[in-house]
Ligand binder design. Structure first.
Ligand code: FAD
Length: 439
């Protein structure tokens, strides 16, 4: 239902302004209408691209974080293509308009358009090259937000100074609604949630080492005596939250999966690999230290889709959503058959081994451990996950198509396994992924 409502809202935002614009046109110059139509459609898409990553929980719950960010990226590329086509058509209609690109002599409306186009180009270029340029994520993120804000403001100024689009009353009202909607979402994302989001306050209770590089952070809500119910909101097993060490809007925020059972009252556990600066700082936390959570988010959960059993494939610390789902299913005495493939480098990197062994006694759970660097005496599976491993694990064709497939880990592994499942004719809606990577 939520998904359908969001899809409908998206279609309304994308189509209504274009249709309104076309219905108001005098149809004397089809090329001019095409250029205006493309410009208006790009503006509506821009509004969607801004709203998509704004942490609206019902949106991330409907489409999953990979889905939301996939749409955000697609919208960005489509906007760039539309803007370029818009410029080409404007110049084709009147070649003298090429002079509008001269920012020194061009009128304000054209300067704003050129500025928005340059900012959009820089934003897309820096995103595509982030890894190659080795930009720190936080630096890239603030540059991305700054450039996105510039595109938004300059586009609004371009439309304002163009004037002819907002001269018509219906179009003026349409754009005003669009602008107010976007401003409302931005205010919620950047002001209301960080300032008044009471449910985010937690306190560290314990830090439990799991391996040499991984530990579990156990958090409890810092109850607000005036609004205790707000601290105890539930989550679906497999969902994640953004975690920060200060309430400041400038503080770093990092996404981590809630690894505990959804039935563990208000306590939240996060199992974290200490690989970079922020995750290393987390290791230095002490019991009693405050932290802030924004969540739960995401649709990577057994509770949000129906299936006759789960096939979970986890690479490294990508096992965190799986352990949350398995712990929750054990609490519920789930009777369906489940299968788990855990991929790790060495035996020491296999997480939750004793607990998973325990869970096989409480659940109908088959576990395959796959090591990329096995010791000499290792009798289990080794190497990369391949079709042979999957085929041996899965039941016959009819049954395997009813199962829910949950893949989480390094992006390359997730992409490879999706390709293998496609070859095995597993229906796409049965496959759910979480890549632990945003860019
Ligand atoms: C939905 C989701 C769930 C996750 N769950 C877990 C989990 O349960 N356990 C776990 O150990 N890891 C999890 N991760 C990965 C975790 O967020 C990153 O490892 C962590 O943010 C790295 O931060 P760092 O500064 O320590 O490392 P860095 O070395 O600075 O960053 C390593 C990489 O992590 C990503 N990253 C860095 N900062 C951020 C940020 N603020 N927001 C998003 N991505 C960032 C970037 O791609 C970067 O290249 C999850 C990621 C996502 C997207």
């Amino acid at each position: 239902m939520e998904r359908t409502l969001w899809a409908t809202a998206g279609l309304v935002v994308l189509l209504v302004p274009v249709l309104l614009g076309l219905s108001r046109a005098d149809h004397s110059s089809p090329l001019s209408e095409l250029s205006v139509g493309m410009g208006v459609f790009a503006t509506s898409l821009l509004a969607c691209a801004v709203v998509l990553p704004s942490r609206l929980r019902s949106l991330t719950r409907s489409f999953g974080i990979d889905g939301v960010l996939g749409m955000h990226r697609f919208a960005g590329l489509l906007i760039a293509a539309l803007v370029l086509a818009h410029i080409v058509v404007v110049v084709a209609v009147n070649p003298a308009d090429l002079g509008l690109l001269d920012v020194v002599h061009a009128p304000n409306r054209a300067r704003a358009a050129t500025g928005a186009t340059v900012a959009l180009g820089a934003l897309i270029g820096l995103t595509l090259l982030r890894r190659r340029l080795r930009h720190r994520y936080e630096v890239w993120r603030w540059v991305h937000v700054g450039l996105g804000g510039s595109v938004l403001v300059l586009t609004a100024l371009h439309i304002w100074w163009l004037n002819h689009l907002i001269r018509d009353r219906a179009m003026r009202v349409g754009f005003a609604i669009l602008v107010l909607g976007v401003l409302g979402v931005l205010a919620y994302r950047w002001l209301w949630r960080p300032t008044f989001g009471a449910r985010g306050k937690y306190v560290v209770r314990e830090i439990r080492p799991e391996t040499a590089t991984v530990s579990t952070l156990v958090l409890e809500p810092r109850t607000n005596p005036r609004r205790p119910d707000r601290d105890t909101s539930g989550f679906a097993p497999g969902q994640f939250a953004w975690l920060r060490l200060s309430p400041s809007i400038r503080a770093q925020e990092h996404p981590f999966t809630i690894a505990s059972s959804a039935h563990l009252n208000t306590r939240r556990e996060f199992t974290i690999r200490h690989s970079g600066d922020f995750t290393r700082d987390l290791r230095r936390l002490r019991p009693g230290d405050p932290v802030w959570l924004d969540g739960p988010h995401g649709a990577f959960s057994v509770d949000l889709q129906h299936s006759t059993g789960l096939v979970m494939i986890a690479g490294g610390v990508g096992i965190t959503p799986m352990i949350s789902m398995l712990r929750t299913l054990a609490h519920r005495r789930d009777r369906r058959p489940h299968r788990l493939v855990t991929v790790a480098r060495t035996v020491d990197d296999l997480l939750f081994r004793p607990e998973l062994n325990e869970l096989t006694k409480r659940l109908d759970l088959t576990i395959v451990e796959l090591l990329r660097q096995p010791p000499k005496d290792w009798t289990g599976a080794s190497g990369a996950i391949d079709e042979a491993v999957l085929t041996a694990l899965l039941p016959g064709e009819f049954q395997r198509n009813q199962l829910g497939y949950y893949l989480c880990g390094p992006p390359a592994m997730v992409t490879d396994v999706v390709t293998m499942l496609n070859k095995l004719d597993i229906p796409l809606p049965q496959i759910h992924t979480e890549k632990f990577d945003f860019v």
